[in-house]
Ligand binder design. Structure first.
Ligand code: HEC
Length: 111
């Protein structure tokens, strides 16, 4: 296989992963910031750990455990909360595209 074909083959894998709803795609933190401002900022502080309606998300990925369910902070567990919601948090499974979710995760890591 030539080098170019190899690169093309691995790109294909990334795209396939994204369309099957997995968060293997690398999101854009910049776009995630926009999604956050529209969908999440009314209930979550991004730059403080003070609670609004939900926990402040500053340094989310530096925390050992999620406040809401005590699970380790990982893409899978954060995504589960975003998709399923929780006590006082709406579910976003239908409301956000796979791209939106990947972008959001990328953004949350920058906090
Ligand atoms: C209507 C208010 C509301 C909105 C909108 C909302 N959340 Fe939440 N969120 C909450 C509440 C309340 C909790 C705590 C849930 C619990 O304890 O079960 C929470 C919990 C979380 C947690 C877990 C934090 C932790 O430490 O346990 C994350 C991550 C999170 N939300 C992300 C988001 C994202 C991303 C969005 C936007 C897509 C969003 N939330 C939109 C209210 C909201």
């Amino acid at each position: 296989m030539t080098r170019r074909n190899l690169i093309r083959a691995s790109l294909g894998t990334v795209v396939a992963g994204a369309s099957s709803g997995q968060s293997t795609k690398k999101g854009s933190a910049e776009k995630g910031n926009e999604v956050f401002d529209e969908q999440c900022a009314s209930c979550h502080n991004a730059y403080s750990s003070d609670r609004k309606k939900g926990p402040g998300l500053k340094l989310l990925y530096a925390k050992e455990k999620l406040e809401s369910n005590g699970k380790p902070v990982s893409d899978a567990n954060v995504l589960a909360i975003v998709e399923q919601g929780g006590k006082g948090m709406p579910a976003f499974r239908e409301g956000l595209s796979a791209d939106d979710k990947a972008d959001l995760l990328a953004y949350l890591k920058t906090l």
